[in-house]
Design a protein around this ligand. Structure first.
Ligand SMILES: [Zn+2]
Length: 1046
């Protein structure tokens, strides 16, 4: 090793100058990470392939300014120099630096890091008087030359730069090493999106140079002062959270005491100046204002708001101003380019446009573009570059165009991007990892695997019970009598996904990033490629499959657990039953089992008797398990209510309310049991690093509204324990109106906290409790096809089994910290999935009603039930469409809704009085009172804005129930028609657009690119559970896409 001293004069991204002296060690051997290496470098991890035409070494300027372009996966063979990486860290800050590090780590990208400044022969000391920029360029060039020589001249090396001087100086010095600018033009002329991004970034850079210097905001304080201030208690650190409905900002302070987002821990920040350039989601530091300047929150009912907070008066609360930002949490934003009105500023060829983000919580973003005219009324993905104190708005650049606002495809993509959901088609490299199963090359089990597994094919009657026509069967069951009838053996057999998905493989990485299958109103995006999810990991009838099994030996009399076995198995499911069929068999009704259709009567009867016996035993066991949990206080809340029924073309023909079939509960109970026992196993083996799922008890004050509403209707709801709550909800039934109980359960659901994944090392064991299921430990094991948590749990279980056998678990399992980070990631992806699902539901509802004239179309008038009273209106639920929303009783002109004798409503001048259980309006017509659980008639229309999502507008037209006298079809019929109708319209529109497209340049080139499977959806399912999934979606997912029965 050679030691030398390196002196750096750095300018931080906050503009301060620092002089840094570093001891600098030079080595002869620094890994090159090329598969062509002739020198035995220690190239651990990712290496650049040898079959590329050249390697690319970007200079400092390119890495600093155009990193986003280097992120395109098409750009292969990129070598990042240490010089460039350090420059990014110093000029762009931690966020951009992390982005670069993640890019280098990401195995899906062909790029590596070369520690050029530690390499004896590539390092060049800075010369006296040499500018930092010149020196850096020389370092990068020297690195490029080293590469070429190190690989014995086998690979051309291209240094790319934006600096024409560098091109002139270096381009012809060394054969095989080229220095060029215009690299996109030269090497990737076809990569149109990268070119567009390039010009948009260049534009933004030029604009930045011509910024004015007038201050709009106070400067942020330096990091040291912020840290010291936080320590001393002078400042408060937290995350800026902007209210969706009121443009009101608050700081959610971090800390143990604030797990439930207790609003009393928030600090209010009023107005843009006090917000001081912080954007929703940023980690900021605030200083409290004097008490005399404290303010209260806005609490009136406003559009789309559902959750009821505290009471209505708004007490003054701690109020402050932002003095610094610790971390920017900017993401990609969808904006809309406003219609051109000629008032926007213009400079040179470009125009600076204030684009309006789709998310109302984000400030307008200033974009420089030459395409302002073409882009008006289009949705565009943008990134924020900076927000200087001299600039009223943040500056950004456009990344890509999604399409015209209001078109279905544009809006769906918008929803995905706004929730940070990236679901590109699976890449070829990922698919190459997958097993093949084709008619020419059918997949077969590996004899080695079969020998290692417990083979249940001959010994166990295995079967599945799913919705009709289910394709992805991830769970099967078995039950049999053993030990001469003294014991029962219950088995749950789950698809062995981890056999096919190796940890750390590209498929694993992609599944981890997605974390879940995403269900939208008209499509789904799978977590795993179809060859697994619909084929080799689907436990179909009559085929050999690998499984992960849990098998219990139960005492035949008491059903006490005698022994539990966990392990890998081979199964062949004998029956693929659907719920109705299984229930019919149980009820002794005549039913045709397809698997038995061709047998002789005698054999058929014998097999049928065997199957019946199994189903009966299963029901018996499940009843017992359920009763056990009920004694513990398990809750039956408002869960999955409907499921989709499809015809052969996989169109939704109906959304059918869940039949109250006991067999459904039976299957769910077995899955809950398996999840519970797997949770016990992994937690006992790895007490500090097991992935479990907990459901914290709700905060009592969130129940206030439920308790009061119930009281007003003559019911008592006891919320002291989950058991008391469950029992009192069961009793709160109005025989006249079944919706009343549904409403109460809906309110109870809203009051609940979310169930969450966590690592057991983080919490004490009393925090593991699952409140909704009344179990001391719980996890997810039964759906590895569509939930990444289950994949993690399968691996933990495999490791636990290995430990039990005395073997080393084979590899180190994830640490508590890694697991906790993963749990947080999965939790956040699950929330994103729920939000996207909800937004897509609203999107389809709006698209449906947008086509209709609310004044004349009978579809726009519906019955609604009041489920909450607010101080200026009602929150109602429309069963026919599954819509929830506000109905105002007072308008901006101060008029109130007055009901005539026939119930019809109109606006009149008058006054309004609000009580806990009712609200009254008084006008010259008299007094009208609206109570909880009243049925009213509403008119549905669409409130359209070009920049944001459309929303539904509900207007009361009568205080009497809607006269749809004829008995209602299954409630959700309307919703299925709704999705179908909208999809049909969109397809027609698209067809027309395609015909037109021949005549004009395409803008929405990327349309449909993301769409993988357009399988109709389950939106209805998860829609109902979205608030929280107390049944943990085990049941929800089972209710998968089904074929038409009638
Ligand atoms: Zn090497």
């Amino acid at each position: 090793c050679l030691q030398t001293e390196k002196i750096l004069h750095l300018k931080s991204h906050r503009g301060r100058k620092v002089r840094v002296v570093r001891e600098h060690y030079l080595r002869e051997r620094v890994p090159c990470y090329s598969s062509l290496c002739q020198a035995d470098c220690e190239n651990d991890g990712k290496v650049l392939p040898g079959d590329l035409t050249h390697y690319v070494v970007p200079d400092v300027g390119v890495v600093v300014d155009f990193l986003e372009i280097l992120e395109f996966r098409e750009l292969q063979g990129v070598v990042f120099t240490q010089t460039a990486c350090q420059a990014v860290q110093h000029c762009k800050g931690r966020r951009q630096y992390n982005r670069l590090r993640n890019l280098i780590k990401d195995p899906r990208h062909d790029c590596v890091l070369f520690a050029n400044e530690f390499q004896e022969y590539s390092y060049c000391p800075r010369e006296k008087g040499e500018s930092q920029e010149k020196w850096q360029t020389r370092c990068v060039y020297s690195a490029a030359v080293w590469y070429h020589n190190h690989l014995a001249g086998m690979k051309d090396v291209v240094m790319i730069t934006e600096d024409q001087d560098a091109v002139a100086e270096y381009s012809s010095l060394n054969a095989g090493v080229y220095v060029i600018s215009d690299f996109l033009q030269n090497f990737w002329p076809e990569l149109q999106p990268a070119h567009e991004l390039y010009s948009s970034i260049s534009q933004a850079l030029q604009e930045k140079e011509s910024e004015s210097s007038q201050k709009e905001y106070t400067e942020h304080l330096p990091a040291e002062i912020l840290e010291a201030g936080i320590k001393s208690g002078r400042y408060i650190k937290g995350t800026l959270n902007i209210n969706k409905h009121h443009d009101e900002a608050s700081i959610m302070t971090e800390g143990l005491s604030n797990k439930n987002n207790d609003p009393s821990w928030a600090v209010l920040v009023c107005g843009n100046k006090n917000r001081n350039r912080a954007v929703h989601g940023d980690t900021v530091v605030v200083e409290l204002l004097p008490k005399s300047e404290w303010r209260g929150k806005v609490t009136a009912l406003s559009e789309g708001e559902e959750k009821s907070g505290e009471d209505n008066e708004s007490k003054p609360m701690p109020t402050g101003r932002v003095v610094g930002i610790l971390q920017r949490n900017w993401r990609d934003y969808v904006v809309t380019f406003p219609p051109r009105d000629g008032t926007q500023s213009q400079s040179r060829n470009s125009q600076r446009i204030l684009a309006v983000p789709w998310d109302r919580r984000i400030p307008k973003i200033r974009i420089s573009t030459q395409q302002a005219d073409a882009l008006q009324d289009h949705r565009v993905v943008v990134r924020i570059d900076s927000w200087e104190s001299t600039s009223l708005y943040p500056n950004g650049h456009s990344v890509r165009v999604l399409g015209r606002a209001g078109e279905m495809e544009t809006e769906v993509q918008t929803i995905l991007i706004e929730n940070c959901i990236h679901v590109p088609p699976f890449s070829d490299a990922q698919l190459r990892e997958m097993p093949v199963n084709s008619p020419e090359k059918p997949w077969r089990m590996d004899p080695v695997q079969v020998a290692e597994r417990r083979d249940l094919r001959e010994t166990h009657l295995v079967f599945s019970i799913d919705p009709r026509g289910c394709e992805d069967v991830d769970d099967t069951l078995s039950v049999r009598s053993i030990a001469g009838g003294k014991l029962l053996e219950l088995g749950v057999h789950i698809a062995d996904v981890t056999h096919f998905v190796a940890e750390g493989s590209l498929t694993d990485l992609e599944a981890r990033i997605r974390s879940t299958t995403y269900y939208l109103a008209d499509r789904r995006y799978d977590m795993l490629p179809a060859v697994l999810s619909a084929d080799l990991c689907s436990l179909l009838g009559g085929v050999d499959r690998y499984a992960m099994s849990v098998m219990w030996e139960l005492d035949a009399q008491t059903l006490a657990v005698n022994k539990v076995w966990y392990g890998r198995t081979v199964i062949r499911s004998s029956y693929q039953l659907h719920y109705e069929l299984a229930q019919a068999l149980l009820n002794g009704e005549p039913a045709e089992v397809p698997e038995l259709a061709r047998l002789e009567p005698e054999e058929k009867d014998a097999k049928l008797a065997e199957l019946n016996q199994a189903l009966e035993t299963l029901t018996h066991v499940a009843r017992h398990l359920r009763a056990q949990r009920d004694r513990g206080g398990a809750l039956e809340l408002e869960g999955v209510e409907v499921r989709a029924q499809l015809d052969e073309q996989r169109n939704i023909t109906a959304l059918v309310p869940r039949q109250p079939l006991e067999v459904h509960e039976t299957v769910a109970e077995c899955m809950i049991y398996a999840n519970h026992w797997v949770a016990r196993k992994i937690q006992e083996t790895f007490p500090h690093q097991a992935l479990l799922r907990r459901h914290p008890p709700p905060r009592q004050e969130f129940f206030n509204q439920l308790v009061e509403s119930a009281k007003a209707m003559g019911f008592t709801i006891d919320t002291r324990t989950n058991k008391a709550l469950a029992d009192s909800l069961d009793r709160a039934v109005d025989p006249q109106d079944p919706l009343v109980n549904k409403m109460l359960r809906m309110m109870a659901t809203t009051a609940m906290s979310q169930a969450l994944y966590f690592s057991t090392g983080l919490e004490s064991q009393d925090q593991f409790y699952h409140y909704g299921l009344a179990l001391d430990r719980y996890t997810h094991f039964t759906s590895p096809i569509r939930r990444y948590a289950d994949i993690v749990v399968h691996r933990l279980l495999t490791a636990a089994i290995a430990v039990e056998r005395g073997a080393d678990s084979g590899r180190a399992i994830a640490s508590n910290k890694e697991l906790e980070e993963l749990a947080q990631h999965i939790n956040s992806k699950n929330r994103a999935a729920q939000r996207a699902q909800k937004l897509s539901t609203v999107l389809f509802q709006c698209l449906y009603f947008k086509e209709r004239d609310p004044q004349t179309d009978p579809q726009c008038v519906a019955d609604a039930i009041v489920y909450s009273i607010r101080n200026n209106g009602l929150l109602v639920y429309i069963p026919e469409y599954g819509v929830k929303g506000p109905v105002y009783l007072k308008n901006r002109e101060g008029q109130v809704v007055a009901a005539g004798e026939d119930g019809s409503c109109e606006w009149q001048s008058g006054s309004l009085r609000h009580y806990s259980d009712r609200i009254s309006t008084t006008s010259s017509c008299g007094t009208s009172t609206f109570r909880l659980c009243d049925h009213i008639t509403v008119r549905i229309s669409v409130r359209s804005t070009s920049s944001h999502a459309d929303s539904l507008n509900l207007e009361i037209i009568s205080n009497k129930p809607h006269r749809s006298a004829e008995p209602q079809q299954p409630h959700s019929q309307g919703r299925s028609q709704l999705v179908q109708e909208v999809v049909r319209q969109a397809e027609e529109a698209q067809q027309q657009a395609q015909e037109k497209a021949a005549r004009r340049p395409k803008l929405s080139r990327e349309e449909r690119e993301f769409s993988q499977s357009k399988t109709p959806n389950l939106y209805s399912l998860l829609e109902e559970v979205r608030e929280l999934a107390l049944m943990d979606l085990d049941t929800a997912a089972r209710v998968c896409v089904t074929s038409a029965s009638y």
